[in-house]
Design a protein around this ligand. Structure first.
Ligand SMILES: NC(=O)c1ccc[n+]([C@@H]2O[C@H](COP(=O)([O-])OP(=O)(O)OC[C@H]3O[C@@H](n4cnc5c(N)ncnc54)[C@H](O)[C@@H]3O)[C@@H](O)[C@H]2O)c1
Length: 330
């Protein structure tokens, strides 16, 4: 039985807590949040103890593992503290707001001998896994290029709270949603990014950071990807999809909706996903617990998440300098 602590009882803290609740091999024993009302509400809902501060939760001997569900700028210090306290860590994406912080997190967990997994949920959606298996089976031939588009629809100007602050978010929409695209493209394409060019911009003034942008990623295996992000298009236009184009066909992945394929001479066909495959967060939490139990690296490691962060940092540098940026970044 793994005893889990949730640090950050906001939107995704609740999703993690509920997903742990569906696993037989763990229980949530403590919830920390600086907002007592939120923290208490979630703790009560899952039958756990509420503590105001992350430090107090990490000091508890009955906690074996933590989910860190905090604003981005708090991921590094909280992960390092958790590792020093001997707790396994599932930290939400992005791993950190700088590569130096990501390195500190990876080192701290390695030294403490604890698991570090980053919540790159897009590796766990059934339609995404099915698409990866089809790519690996050569269903669309040799992969040539990909288009990855996420538009976060938003009609009103409701507050984006800490996401609106560059200091807490680490940037704008690329750090929040673009990091998913960077990770899933690297995961599907199966190679590292060599060069990046990009343009980013502001929009309706919803946040301090960038609200839209388009990047061109050149992968070492010859595949090219277009990565487009937008925040604040009309809600009805919100979308999250990828087109993977190969020599013999095209896969179209609509996240949360499904997957289609067309191969030469054939129309679009829906691809079924096995009904017994768990949903994204259930699969992600299950993988974290399995990695703890089997003492093996999880499916989304600190190093994977660092690579995704490096792509986003390269996009920022390319946009700022108007040049093509080569990875690894110095
Ligand atoms: N994987 C996904 O699909 C996905 C989806 C949404 C959010 N996220 C990630 O989850 C993380 C949290 O996002 P969210 O949407 O839940 O934000 P949120 O604002 O809903 O929740 C954050 C919580 O952290 C609490 N908090 C802030 N500082 C704290 C501190 N020092 N100690 C304890 N609690 C503190 C806040 O009171 C709040 O309740 C971010 O990294 C975000 O990118 C991931």
């Amino acid at each position: 039985m793994v005893n889990v602590g949730i640090i950050g009882a906001g939107g995704i803290g609740r999703v993690h807590a509920e997903a742990y609740g569906r696993q037989p091999s763990c229980r949530v024993v403590a919830v920390a949040d600086v907002d007592p009302e939120r923290g208490r509400r979630l703790a009560e809902a899952v039958g756990a103890r509420y503590v105001p501060e992350a430090e107090a939760l990490l000091a508890r001997p009955d906690v074996d593992a933590v989910s860190i569900c905090l604003p981005h700028a708090l991921h590094a210090e909280t992960t390092v503290a958790a590792a020093r306290a001997g707790k396994h860590v599932l930290c939400e994406k992005p791993i950190a707001t700088s590569l130096a912080d990501a390195d500190r997190m990876i080192d701290a967990c390695r030294q403490a001998g604890v698991i570090l997994m980053i919540g790159h949920t897009h590796r766990f959606y059934p339609e995404h896994i099915r698409a990866r298996l089809l790519l690996q089976d050569g269903a669309i031939g040799r992969l040539l290029f990909a288009n990855d588009v996420i538009w976060a629809g938003r009609d009103g100007d409701e507050s984006l709270q800490w996401r609106g602050s560059v200091a807490l978010n680490g940037g704008g929409v690329f750090m929040d949603n673009g990091i998913h695209a960077a990770d899933r493209l690297r995961w599907w394409i199966g190679a590292e990014v060599e060069t990046v060019s990009a343009r980013i911009g502001h929009g309706r003034g919803l946040i301090e950071g960038e609200e839209h942008g388009t990047a061109l990623l050149a992968f070492a295996n010859g595949v090219t990807a277009m990565l487009q992000q937008a925040l604040g298009t009309p809600r009805a236009t919100g979308c999250c999809y990828v087109e993977l184009v190969g020599t013999e066909g095209v896969l179209r992945v609509d996240t949360w909706r499904g997957l289609r394929i067309s191969t030469l001479g054939k129309p679009w066909e829906d691809v079924a996903v096995p009904k017994e495959w768990p949903g994204g967060f259930d699969a992600e939490i299950g993988e974290f617990l399995a990695a703890i139990q089997d003492r093996r690296p999880p499916a989304a490691t600190g190093e994977d998440a660092r690579a995704a962060l490096e792509i986003i940092q390269a996009i920022y540098r390319a946009a700022e300098t108007g040049t093509t940026v080569r990875l690894p970044l110095d």
